[in-house]
Design a protein around this ligand. Sequence first.
Ligand code: SF4
Length: 111
Amino acid sequence: MSKVNRRGFLKGALLALASLPVLESLLGQQAQAAAAPEVDKTKGMAKTLGYVSNAAVDCAGGKCGPKFKDGSKCSTCSFYKKVDDKWGTCSLVKPGSVASEGWCKSYIKKA
Ligand code: SF4
């Protein structure tokens, strides 16, 4: 390898290493922005299971029936997988995102 080529290679390698944190940051932001639109509450399992976006408000006063317990919400459900602070995915209610503050009749508290 000639001296110029070696220098060019080392310079490129150093630039690539220096850009890794920037790439990681950009990819992290993309992952956070990747939350899909909320599930359609008028269709499919969301409708069948009575999914609501904000359990504290939508289920207040017994509006969600006797299965609802105060404080239960998607973010503490065993079917929930967090995407960001407000949204996640549910293995039962899909396609789309469910709200971290949401709830449905299949709620099971995470162990
Ligand atoms: S099963 Fe759990 S995570 Fe899915 S919508 Fe119902 S309460 Fe939310």
